[in-house]
Design a protein around this ligand. Structure first.
Ligand SMILES: Nc1nc2c(ncn2[C@@H]2O[C@H](COP(=O)(O)OP(=O)(O)OP(=O)(O)O)[C@@H](O)[C@H]2O)c(=O)[nH]1
Length: 388
């Protein structure tokens, strides 16, 4: 029996008690923070102010409360959902292009008549124009179709289908780079998502987070749509489903640039692969709001390049979409288009016109409201689906 009054024994007992208390405290702390993330992604204390260099001229958030970080479930718990691999999506969703299909199928029906009259050609032209293919692209397609039909003489329905596919594919373009550029050399790859009201930006950010998680990338979301309170909740829900956290403003109407800045900073500190920043919808005609958007981008750039600026365009908008794309492009420089609601639109031709007039590739298409109904845009699948 050891001498319990011996100083060494007393010290050993105290040490043992301290160890037990420490382990119990650690276990309780973990239980009360079930949303903790891996070391590389540990949430550091947010700064009480935005650093001076940024606060100076850009972010007027120095006197604002801290941004919130809405955490997703812990990575130790299995992610709630495993998103579908992106590359299979366009095939699965091809049926949703049925209404856009009226463009291809209507043209094919005329082309297959054989021995085409001027009235037939006019019908083809009208179909292309009313599907928003745009004037320049329509002229080009018409000329190529006419030449092709002339060279071959009378064409059979099968040949007509081949010719149409070939010409539509040429108009959509097979050599544009449609991949997301995610350069992590200088901190996280940063994606800024912009567009007018209600086009599907928040939904697209949520869906893109799933695309990136399906590619095993770590993701952080920035809720810089501080205008619409529900947008933050919407993003948080999207994030939680795939184990992705959201940086948001503590109050409605907070400075979006400040949220965007904090989101990039947080992603950098956690070693996150991609930070996706959602912004409030704004009409391209509202100069103040467009200036605000420019500021969001500049502030993000203070911490590293913005790798992608994606314009979310509602495919049902028609030619006004082109004007939106032009102005957003002037203000923040677009790198890609996400065309949403293509599932409900007979205006699939906007894919062609928006690329032709702006030189910016369509990178993703939204084909429904389901979580994985966003597909990397694949010209072949698109043309196959609309011509049949
Ligand atoms: N059918 C269909 N609906 C879509 C698609 N993408 C988004 N939506 C719907 O469009 C509506 C608006 O989407 P949001 O993501 O809230 O739009 P937003 O651009 O963030 O809206 P604001 O922040 O108000 O500008 C929602 O009902 C979405 O489900 C799509 O590809 N197809």
């Amino acid at each position: 029996m050891p001498d319990l009054t011996h100083p060494l024994v007393i010290a050993a007992i105290i040490l043992a008690v301290l160890c037990v208390v420490g382990v119990v405290w650690w276990a309780i702390a973990r239980r009360s923070h079930p949303h903790g993330v891996e070391d590389a992604q540990t949430t550091p204390e947010p700064p009480s102010v935005i650093p001076d260099a940024v606060a100076e001229d850009e972010v007027h958030a120095v006197d604002q409360p801290l941004q919130d970080i809405i955490e997703s479930p812990s990575v130790e718990e299995p992610p709630v959902e495993i998103p579908e691999a992106p590359m299979t999506r366009m095939q699965r969703l091809r049926g949703r292009l049925a209404r856009s299909g009226s463009l291809g199928k209507a043209v094919l029906a005329v082309l297959s008549r054989g021995n085409l009259s001027e009235a037939d050609w006019e019908e083809i032209e009208d179909t292309l124009l009313s599907a928003d293919v745009g004037l320049a692209a329509t002229d080009e397609i018409m000329e190529r179709l006419r030449t092709e039909v002339k060279v071959r003489g009378d064409v059979s329905p099968v040949e007509a289908q081949q010719i149409l596919k070939q010409e539509l594919l040429a108009a959509v373009g097979t050599d544009m780079d449609r991949s997301l550029h995610l350069d992590k050399a200088e901190g996280p790859a940063a994606i800024l998502v912009v567009g007018v009201n209600g086009t599907g930006k928040t939904t697209t950010v949520g869906k893109l987070a799933r695309v990136l998680r399906a590619q095993d990338k770590t993701v952080l979301l920035g809720a810089a749509d501080t205008f619409r309170a529900a947008a933050t909740e919407q993003l948080a829900t999207w994030g939680q489903r795939v184990g992705v956290d959201v940086v948001s403003s503590e109050r409605e109407g907070g400075d979006p640039a400040s949220v965007a800045f904090d989101a990039v900073k947080e992603a950098k500190e956690r070693g996150i692969d991609v930070v996706l920043v959602d912004t409030a919808g704004r009409l391209q005609t509202k100069a103040t709001l467009m200036d605000e958007l420019g500021k969001v981008k500049r502030v993000m750039e203070k911490q590293g390049p913005v790798d992608e600026v994606l314009l979310v365009l509602d495919a049902t908008t028609g030619q006004n979409g082109m004007r939106q794309a032009e102005v957003f492009g002037q203000v923040v420089g677009l790198t890609g288009i996400v065309l949403t609601k293509l599932d409900g639109s007979a205006k699939g031709g906007i894919v062609i016109s928006v690329q032709k007039e702006l030189g910016v590739p369509v990178k993703f298409v939204g084909l429904g409201e389901g979580p994985d109904d966003l597909a990397p845009f694949d010209p072949e699948s698109f043309v196959d689906a609309i011509v049949g």
